[in-house]
Design a protein around this ligand. Structure first.
Ligand SMILES: NC(=O)c1ccc[n+]([C@@H]2O[C@H](COP(=O)([O-])OP(=O)(O)OC[C@H]3O[C@@H](n4cnc5c(N)ncnc54)[C@H](OP(=O)(O)O)[C@@H]3O)[C@@H](O)[C@H]2O)c1
Length: 287
């Protein structure tokens, strides 16, 4: 009898064809929705960092230093079209991918996490924040309470939501670090205790909330081997003429030194240090 005329042989051949088609379809689907931009140049072996607010200030300097170390950099910004310096960096380094991200937009954070769902992220760097010096609208007696929401949504809730959205990506990586930039302004033990900068209630409060969120997160995820780096960059003034008067301000730190120092803290972070606050130079701060 012809082998194919046996009904059971026919059925198994049909089954094999169906399974083959299904597998091919699955492979096509994965190829279509996989992230395209990251690991373009460095390949899968290079570690990956995702940075929020990387169009200017410390976030941009983080992007520059990680790019120069040949990491894959997912550099996010609220408005990539206006991020000229970041665009220039991506021109120089093909390992830099720019993505739009507003850390107050929870759907946007989920969508980006989905886009990169097959990408392990070694360091999730929560840098974006609203910060301003003493302004009349945050002086006691004249506080604009409408500012509470934007400060807390951006500075405290944003990093917590980012950590949740990208947790699996970080857990799947080699280095497994969630980092967040905090400030002495949010510390209860800072030596100046707010005398240098009066007011700024919502910046202080949002960073204090961030510290608490991140120290709790460190406990909640320690069994997964994921560590939390809480980093204090020092007082850094960007785009400053090195000879200008501000250099004499006590404690002022160069942007490059601050970022290089924080990258070192991240690299050397131990499980025991997870959730504690470290200055850019590695010194621990009680908060
Ligand atoms: N500089 C210091 O002396 C100092 C001291 C202590 C702590 N820190 C901390 O260090 C981090 C960086 O500070 P910086 O001096 O670089 O600040 P910066 O120059 O003011 O930059 C802030 C960054 O955050 C972004 N951002 C603000 N709201 C955002 C949102 N909703 N979604 C996404 N991005 C948003 C900004 O984007 P846009 O350009 O779109 O506004 C910008 O890229 C902050 O967490 C800050 O609290 C800084």
């Amino acid at each position: 009898m012809d082998r194919n005329s046996n009904p059971s042989n026919c059925a198994s051949q049909m089954l094999r064809t169906l399974v083959g088609c299904a597998l091919m379809g699955l492979a096509l689907l994965i190829a279509t929705v996989s992230p395209l931009s990251v690991s373009r140049a460095q390949g899968a072996d290079a570690p990956t960092v995702l940075i929020t607010g990387s169009n200017r200030g410390l976030g941009l300097e983080f992007a520059k230093q990680y790019a120069a170390k040949n990491w894959n950099v997912i550099a996010t910004a609220r408005n990539p079209d206006a991020a000229d310096d970041l665009q220039a960096l991506a021109e120089q380094y093909p390992n830099v991918a720019i993505e739009q991200l507003d850390v107050t937009d929870r759907d946007m954070m989920d969508a980006l996490a989905e886009k990169y769902r097959d990408q392990a992220i070694d360091v999730l760097l929560n840098n974006a924040a609203i910060l301003r010096g003493p302004t009349p609208d945050q002086m006691f007696g004249d506080i604009d309470f409408d500012l509470f929401d934007p400060y807390f949504q951006t500075n405290a809730m944003g990093p917590l939501k980012m950590s949740q959205a990208f947790f699996e990506h970080v857990k799947a990586s080699d280095q497994k670090i969630i980092a967040a930039l905090t400030a002495r302004a949010g510390s209860f033990t800072s030596s100046s205790r707010g005398r240098n900068f009066p007011g700024i209630y919502f910046y202080r409060g949002s960073k204090a909330a961030l510290n608490k969120f991140m120290s709790q997160l460190a406990r909640d995820i320690e069994e997964d081997g994921v560590k939390v780096a809480l980093l204090e960059p020092g007082i850094v003034i960007h785009d400053r003429d090195p000879d200008e008067e501000g250099r004499s301000f006590r404690g002022l730190v160069d942007s490059e030194d601050s970022i290089a120092g924080m990258i070192k803290v991240i690299e050397n972070l131990t499980a025991e240090q997870s959730g504690k606050v470290y200055r850019w130079n590695g010194e621990e701060i009680q908060f």
